[in-house]
Write a protein that binds this ligand. Structure first.
Ligand code: CTP
Ligand code: CA
Length: 225
């Protein structure tokens, strides 16, 4: 291997990575969204490709160029993301849900722009729950030996909440970030703890998103069927 080249430990594997943040439309010009940049998901896709995997990257609203060597599927909403993930996961060895999925979407979509009316307070926006994609693919696995990874951003009781979320979602690994005012969103760097369903805890020091991505693949590779 050339110096700096990754070990091709994912050769012959198909991995699916979701990245970005879903947008849930209210009307033709407005949406409910989140601040996920998609950079961590893209780093996961690039590092997996460098390690020899066939990569399907499912991207929601990142506005980044398609990474070389990956099949890229573009989606907008959580419902579209769910469809794309389930389809791609059917023959995947590993699925990493790095995308920030909106928990709720507007109950109704207005086909015309919502207008304000003189002297009237705005109507509240009714919301409904979106499907939990990570829990669904973990509890109804397409393949018994598939490795499924979730992400969680927490502000308080980071590790306890992470453990609890890992158990509820039923995934194999959970990457837990502590978020604060200046942490994580849009940044080039990340700091996290990777929890595993078998009780493992791997801290990843503050550093480039590629380093966290490689740590995730280091933990995924030996668990592949
Ligand atoms: N996720 C998902 N579908 C959803 C919500 C979240 O697949 N509808 C995935 C995310 O991609 C992430 C993981 O679940 O990998 C955890 O997301 P998070 O928002 O932390 O979990 P929630 O169960 O929504 O919990 P919370 O109430 O803390 O937001
Ligand atoms: Ca959520």
């Amino acid at each position: 291997l050339a110096r700096g080249a990754a070990e091709p430990d994912l050769a012959g594997r198909h991995v699916v990575v979701s990245a970005g943040g879903t947008r849930e439309p209210l009307d033709p010009v407005r949406y409910l969204g989140n601040r996920s940049s998609g950079k961590q998901g893209y780093a996961l896709a690039r590092t997996a490709a460098a390690r020899g995997a066939r990569v399907t990257l499912i991207e929601a609203n990142t506005h980044m160029a398609d990474p070389a060597g990956c099949d890229v599927v573009h989606v907008g909403t959580a419902v579209q993301l769910r469809e794309a993930v389930i389809k791609a996961a059917a023959d995947a060895d590993a699925v990493v849900m790095a995308a920030a999925v909106a928990d709720f979407r507007p109950a109704a979509y207005a086909s015309g722009k919502i207008k304000k009316k003189d002297g009237q307070e705005p109507a509240p926006i009714a919301l409904v729950r979106n499907p939990d994609i990570l829990a669904e693919i973990s509890h109804e696995r397409a393949r018994a030996d598939q490795v499924i990874v979730g992400f969680a951003a927490e502000t308080d009781d980071v590790l306890a909440n992470g453990r609890d979320k890992l158990r509820r979602k039923g995934c194999d690994l959970l990457v837990v970030n502590e978020v604060g005012e200046r942490k994580t969103f849009g940044s080039e760097e990340n700091e996290a703890v990777v929890l595993t369903a078998d009780g493992g805890e791997t801290p990843v020091p503050h550093g480039p998103k590629e380093a966290l991505a490689d740590t995730v693949w280091d933990l995924v590779a030996p668990r592949l069927g």
